[in-house]
Design a protein around this ligand. Structure first.
Ligand code: DX5
Ligand code: ZN
Length: 219
């Protein structure tokens, strides 16, 4: 079985020490840094904006994976790219022209991701296959860390894996929400190649991060 990329969600970190936390997960073996951006409108919580991303950029050389849960979204894409985002992912429900938004992310020079909420059908992928570098399957409803994994999303991962493989698509297939050492291997078996994890990485404090990441990788 392939080893998944581990993308710790800094939503579960100590916000008073964000720079330190990003350095700690980088040293602990994380592959990407997952940054959850929430606006209190598209989702019922408010978190991080581009200025914080910019301040964090010097603290790690890992790819920054910005998961935008904001609406409208288009007007902020350039700011996140300029702040240092490598991957920018958005929800189809966040704007009127998904195809245009994805094209724009790539034009800016970032990798483009599309995020499917638990109830969002997979067909949305059919006409944007050439415009995505990443598909993110939400295994919780977006807005908060610490929720329970929704099992039905394993079937969705399987369906998307088939869709991608049918055309030899190289997109990363990422899962986000309630991922832990107990279900990570099920996500990988279903075809996921990257795991976002907040609670499961940051539990126990900095001295536990390396072991937590190792367990998620199934090592
Ligand atoms: C939810 C976020 C997730 C979440 C992950 O809206 O997109 O990244 O914070 O946290 P855990 O792993 O605690 O579910
Ligand atoms: Zn996320």
């Amino acid at each position: 079985m392939t080893t998944p990329l581990i993308c710790p969600s800094i939503l579960a970190s100590d916000f008073a020490k964000l720079g330190e936390e990003v350095r700690a997960i980088t040293e602990a073996g994380a592959d990407w840094v997952h940054i959850d951006v929430m606006d209190g409108h598209f989702v019922p919580n408010i978190t991080i904006g581009p200025d914080v991303v910019k301040s964090l950029r010097p603290h790690s050389n890992l790819p920054f994976d910005c998961h935008l849960m904001i609406s409208p979204v288009d007007a902020y894409l350039e700011a996140f790219k300029n702040a240092g985002a490598d991957y920018i992912s958005l929800h189809p429900e966040a704007g009127p022209h998904l195809h245009r938004s994805l094209k724009y992310i790539r034009q800016l020079g970032a990798k483009a991701g599309v995020v499917l909420n638990p109830a969002t059908p997979v067909d949305i992928l059919d006409w944007i296959m050439d415009d995505i570098d990443l598909v993110l399957v939400m295994s919780v409803n977006p807005g908060f860390g610490g929720q329970s994994f929704i099992d039905s999303q394993l079937r969705k991962i399987e369906v998307i894996r088939k869709k991608l493989d049918a055309v030899g698509h190289p997109a990363i297939l990422q899962v986000d929400g309630g991922v832990n050492a107990q279900n990570a291997h099920l996500c990988v078996a279903a075809g996921a190649t990257a795991m976002v994890a907040g609670t499961a990485v940051f539990k126990g404090g900095p001295s536990a991060y390396a072991q937590n990441i190792k367990q998620l990788k199934g090592l």
